[in-house]
Design a protein around this ligand. Sequence first.
Ligand code: ADP
Ligand code: MG
Length: 627
Amino acid sequence: MTIRLLPEKTVNRIAAGEVIERPASAVKELVENAIDAGAHRIDVVMVAGGREMISITDDGKGMTADELSLAVERHATSKLPDDDLIHIQHLGFRGEALASIGSVSRLTMTSRAWGESEAWQLTVDAGKKGEVAPAAFNEGTRVDVRDLFYATPARLKFLKTERTEFQQAHDILRRLAMAHPQVTFSLSDGQRRVFQVSGAQGELLDVRLRRLSAILGGEFADNALPIEADRDGITLTGYAALPTYSRGNAQHQFLFVNGRSVKDKLLTGAVRGAYMDYLARDRHPVLALFLDVPADSVDVNVHPAKAEVRFKDAGAVRSLIVGSLRRALDAAGHRASTTVAGQALGAMQPQKDNLINRGVGPALPFGQKTHLPRYMPPGMAEQSLAYQQPLTDDASKGHMSGLPPQGRVDPSDDDERSAAGFGGTEASEADDVGAYPLGAARGQLHETYIVAQTQDGIIVVDQHAAHERLVYERMKQQLAIEGVARQGLLLPEVVELEQAAAEQLLSRRDDLAEMGLILDSFGDGAVVVREVPALLGKVDVKGLVRDLADDLAEIDEALGLKEKLEEVCATMACHGSVRAGRRLAVNEMNALLREMEATPHSGQCNHGRPTYVELKLADIEKLFGRR
Ligand code: ADP
Ligand code: MG
C-alpha cells in the first residue's frame, strides 16, 4: 500500500463535489461573492440550466490583477482578516468557491477594482490556471462559468433537467434578494429575463416589505402580519401570513439567520409548532423571518453550503419564534385573509365553462346534491359534504354547547328580536350595523350559513366552522386557567376499538382527564367513558373517542405536551360544535358573530379554512357590472 498526498487538482475536485453540488450552488456562491463585494446590482444569466454557461456581473469593488490571481487559489479569501471563525461578517469565508468551480469548468473572471483605470482577466480551465491579462471592463466583476462539470463527467450524469436546475437557481436568488433588499437583482435564461427586483433605500422594515411583496406577490403583503421581537440579544423580524393564506407545501417559508438563508429543522419545527393550532397538517404557512443572533451564539460553519446552522441556545431561539408568531396571530383576532373574498367572487363571476364542468368535482353518493363552489381546495369539498348531511333527530334536539354564551350577548339582542326572526327588525338594527365588524345577522341560509349585514358589505359565516373554532378557543382558555369542567354521563358509554387504539388512549389517560374526558379500560380493545368536557354539551361519545384514538396515533411524538393537548382539544371541539343543518334564531346568530369578534383566531376554523367570507358592496356592484 502506498499512501500519498493527493495532487492539488484532485483535492480541488473533491472539494468541488461538496461546495458545488449543481449549477444552482455555483450561482449561489458567485452571487454571494458579489454581495460581499458591496455590489448594488447583480445580473445572472444561466444558459441551458447553467450547464453551458453561467454568467454573473456585479458592480462591486472588484479585484486588482494580484487579487484576481489569488482569488482562484484554494483557501484564498479576503474575508477572514484575523482568522476569526467566530465573528463572521460575510456570506463567504471558506475561500473555496472559485477554486472549486475553476477545477471542474472553464472559468473566466474579468474585474476592475474601484478607482482603478485597468481591468484584468484570468481563465482557469479544469484547474489549469492561465495568465492574468489586461482587458476592457467597467468597475466591478464578471464571472463566466462555461461547461460546468465537464471535467467531472460522473457529476454531469447526476444533474437534473435544465428546468429543475434553473428553478433551483431562481429559488436561491429569490432568497438572496429577500435578505438584501438594497441590491438590484436579475435572472435570465439567455433569452428572457425571468426575475427582476430593484434595490431600494430607506428604513429596513419598509424596504424589506416592499421587496417581499415584489417577490411573493402583493397578496402576501396584504395578508402578512409584521413580526418584531427580541430577547437576550436575539432579534426576530419579518412577516408571517394569516393562516387562511396558507399553502399546500412548505416551499413558501423563508428563514434567515444573520442574513443567510437556511433550511434548518429547528426553525421549521418552531414555525410548525406556532401555527399548528390554526392549520391542518397538510397546510403550511407563508412567511419570511429574519433571525439575528450574536455571532458567538451561532455556528454557521457546520455545512459546506452553509444551509444549516447550530445555535448555542436552541431552546431560546425556538421559544422566541413560537412566542412571537403566536402573539402576532393572537393580535390578528378574527381577521381572515383578503384572498378569501376574492376567491369567492371569482367563483361567482359568470364563466362559460361552468355548465361543462358541472359533472366533474368529487364523486358524490347517488342522489346527493351539492352547492359547492368550484374553487374549493382539494379535500375541502369532501369535508364540507359531511356538514351538509341532514341532522339525525337525536342530534338536532341536543342542546348547543354554550350558545348563546352567557354574559357575552349584546344586551340589545333581546328575545323580542329573535322572536321576530329575520325580516322584521331591519329598521331597529340598521343603526347598530356599523358598530360591529361582522355586522348584524340578517338570516340563515340552508341552515348552514349565517348572512350578516355590515356597513359596507355582506358577511357569510359557516356556522359549523365558526362554532368549532369558538369551542376550541374556550376550551384552551379553560385549560389554561383551571382545567376543563367535566360533566358526568348518566350512562357510562362503552366504546369498542382496536386493541392498539385502546392502549394508545389509555396511555394518555391523564392528559385526557385534564381536558375533561374521563375514561377507563373495559377489557380487551374497549374503553368506558364516564365524563366528557362540559362545554361539548351532548356529544357523540363513540365518534369522539374513535377520532381521538386516530388523532393520537398520528400526533407527532416530537410535539410538546401543550401542543398535543391542543390537537386533542381541536378534535373534541369539532365534535361538540353546531353542525350545519341546525336552525338558529337571530339572537343566537348575533351571539355567534359577537363572540367571533371577541375571540382570537376566529377567522379560521381549526383546519385553517375561513370561518367567514366578507363581500364588500363595491365588489358586489362589480359582479352586476355596476362599476
Ligand atoms: P470566499 O468567498 O469564501 O472568500 P471565494 O473562493 O468565493 O471564497 O472567493 C475568494 C476571494 O475572491 C474572495 O475572498 C474575494 O476577495 C474575491 N472575490 C470573489 N468574487 C468577487 C467579486 N465578485 N468581487 C470582488 N472580489 C471577489
Ligand atoms: Mg465566496
